[in-house]
Design a protein. Structure first.
Length: 78
């Protein structure tokens, strides 16, 4: 059985340093580009994908799937 740690023992313990990942400029640019692309797609499907401007034609399955999220985020749809 281990002895309980006291507050003094916890405070005296050295802080562990977390390793920082080494990101090159090209790697950071790639991650930023992918993030912007995914955010743009999410914004389109949540905000603008309706029957008239839909990439799926007059199919409204995507619109109905994200319908409540549209209202929560303040996008009008009807």
């Amino acid at each position: 059985m281990t002895a309980p740690r006291t507050i003094a023992a916890v405070q005296a313990a050295p802080a562990r340093a977390l390793p920082v990942p080494n990101l090159s400029v090209a790697s950071a640019a790639l991650w930023l580009s992918l993030t912007v692309l995914l955010a743009g797609l999410a914004y389109y499907f949540l905000g603008y994908d309706q029957g008239v401007v839909s990439v799926f034609g007059s199919d409204t399955h995507v619109h109905e799937f994200v319908h409540d999220a549209r209202h929560f985020l303040g996008f009008p749809c009807h």
